[in-house]
Design a protein around this ligand. Structure first.
Ligand SMILES: Nc1ncnc2c1ncn2[C@@H]1O[C@H](COP(=O)(O)OP(=O)(O)OP(=O)(O)O)[C@@H](O)[C@H]1O
Ligand SMILES: [Mg+2]
Length: 290
């Protein structure tokens, strides 16, 4: 039988003291690491915020300067110079439309970032929504000789979605597919039952395509692949990040598969309506970064 003399006791208490100290040291180290991580995270968030504000002021200033510049020119024009009057008022209208789109986009982004964007989830039939979006896009596509086709599986279940926000996602993705596809190109929409009680909507185009780093740029607020002086297309660069955040607010996803020069495929997955789960799901946003 083993007897415990004073030596054992001493060794036991030494071990206890050592493990106690060791435990405290680990806790202190963990607290320091957590504090550092929180500091870095706060610095990053504030850097992202200042970058966003700097970008935003730049983006707002461009159309505003156009409005001021062309109205100044209009003021000194002779009213008889009808052609120029029409031309300059057209530029002012374009800049004002762009400004409105920017402000709406910025409001959406800040609401999403603050976790305040509400999605009104309800059972939704995809057919009529898809049809109205394709009709809107088809008019623009025809001007550029782009064919838009659509295939909706009859097995598509009801979606659990906010109809207005779903339309916003589809119009942006279909609009992108048309905008970044050259004349005589093709845009195809396909929708049907997706994985795990969801619906997948895929938009494929035969357009410019994007490299992996282009996709990263495109997903960032104001990120445009052909930005700068050579910019060929209209837009604010907010549509994609907002669409990704909106898909997430629905409990779904939006992913991009693309290759430079080989077209793009955007997959939108939105949960199907499930009466049992719908009762448990909140219809308001969780904080999400756009
Ligand atoms: N289908 C596509 N093919 C090629 N490039 C694309 C496609 N979709 C998006 N992009 C690239 O991603 C960028 C960001 O897209 P996003 O929809 O956010 O902005 P936008 O279309 O330029 O402006 P808007 O805010 O009006 O939608 C685009 O400017 C474009 O460079
Ligand atoms: Mg867009």
């Amino acid at each position: 039988m083993r007897t415990f003399g004073p030596r054992w006791f001493k060794q036991d208490s030494l071990m206890a003291e050592f493990s106690d100290n060791f435990g405290h040291a680990i806790t202190r180290q963990k607290q320091t690491l957590a504090l550092n991580a929180a500091k870095v995270e706060a610095e990053l968030a504030s850097k992202a915020k200042s970058e966003f504000i700097a970008n935003m002021s730049h983006e707002l200033r461009t159309p505003l300067n156009a409005i001021i510049g062309f109205s100044d020119m209009l003021m000194v024009l002779k009213i008889s110079d009808v052609q120029r009057v029409n031309q300059y008022s057209g530029y002012i209208r374009q800049a004002a439309d762009h400004l409105l789109a920017l402000i709406n986009g910025i409001l959406d982004v800040s609401k999403i970032q603050a976790g305040k964007l509400v999605v009104d989830l309800q059972p939704v039939e995809l057919g009529p929504i898809l049809e109205s979006c394709v009709l809107i896009i088809d008019a623009k596509a025809k001007e550029r000789d782009i064919t838009v086709s659509c295939a909706l599986s009859p097995e598509t279940p009801l979606l659990y979605a906010d109809p207005l926000r779903l339309k916003q996602i589809l119009i942006n993705i279909l609009g992108n597919a048309t905008k970044f596809t050259n004349p005589r190109g093709k845009v195809h929409v396909e929708a049907g039952p997706g994985p795990e009680n969801a619906v997948t909507i895929s938009v494929t185009d035969t357009g410019d395509g994007m490299s992996a780093s282009d996709i990263e740029t495109a997903m960032r607020p104001f990120g445009q692949v052909d930005a700068g002086f050579n910019k060929r297309h209209e837009g604010t660069g907010l549509g994609l990040p907002i669409s990704v955040a909106l898909a997430r607010l629905h409990g779904g996803t939006l992913t991009i598969e693309s290759e430079k020069g080989r077209g793009t495929r955007v997959n939108i997955v939105i949960p199907a309506f499930d009466p049992a789960r719908a009762l448990q799901r909140p219809s308001y946003a969780q904080p999400t970064r756009a």
